[in-house]
Design a protein. Structure first.
Length: 249
């Protein structure tokens, strides 16, 4: 029975991604972000459970990538679609009004063509996951930004708009050029040749895991002080820390 536990957790990731997709389509981006966070939680623990129970399988690897395509690929693509559409049709207040007809303003024909550029994130995520599945070198490190990290970066944008209530930040996030540029950057980082460390500890030695410990401590401090604004900063911190980290054998 224990061999089914990791796959069950992965299926919960898929379910979370499906629910998040529904909320993202309805432009309820706060709820979409919540279920993406839940899905990423299951994504972390399915691999941990497989290793702890020593029941890794090829099916588990493939299922995990299929789950990530939904939770960390499709959902951020829909969210970027919504943000791009908001940037062209009245901004945050129109898209996040209290009436259902307002929150679904794009539904029924009010779709701006530029909004479909958001799905470049979904395409790049699917391609990145396909490459990951056939690359045997990405065990203790990643090549390119992992899809969950990219999803968190994209999902943080509506949360910053909602909870930081800053006119300056809102003006930047809902600027169509910023969103198009971020979409292009996201697609590049997912499939870039940049080598990034994985948060997998072979032992608890600070000497061998110093960068990982500093990254986790720094990330926690940023989250406690900056809240949702910390998420994109943590992704930048992750990339910079990886570039400074000595290569692992």
């Amino acid at each position: 029975m224990k061999s089914y536990i990791p796959n069950f957790l992965t299926l919960l990731n898929i379910l979370s991604g499906c629910i998040a997709t529904v909320f993202a389509v309805l432009n309820q981006l706060e709820w979409a972000a919540l279920f993406v966070f839940i899905g990423i939680f299951f994504d972390f623990f399915d691999g941990l459970a497989a290793r702890a129970l020593n029941v890794q399988s090829e099916i588990g690897v493939q299922l995990d990538s299929l789950a990530d395509v939904i939770t960390s690929g499709l959902v951020p693509g829909v969210v970027m679609f919504q943000l791009l559409n908001m940037s062209q049709s009245g901004g945050w207040n129109l898209a996040f009004g209290h009436e259902v007809t307002e929150s679904m303003a794009w539904y029924g024909g009010k779709i701006n063509t530029i909004s479909f550029l958001g799905f470049a994130i979904t395409l790049a995520s699917a391609y990145r996951l396909a490459k990951f599945n056939v690359d045997e070198n990405q065990v203790s490190s990643f090549v390119g930004l992992p899809t969950p990290a990219n999803a968190l970066m994209i999902l943080s944008l509506p949360l910053i708009l909602m909870y930081h209530n800053n006119e300056f930040l809102g003006g930047i996030i809902l600027n169509p050029w910023f969103l198009v540029g971020l979409t292009a950057l996201s697609a590049y980082l997912l499939n870039s040749p940049i080598k990034l460390f994985a948060l997998k500890f072979k032992n608890w030695s600070f000497k061998e895991n110093g960068v990982r410990y500093l990254f986790l401590i720094g990330s926690l401090i940023m989250l406690l002080t900056l809240k949702f604004l910390a998420i994109p900063l943590i992704i930048i911190f992750y990339i910079l820390a990886s570039l400074l980290m000595p290569s692992e054998k």
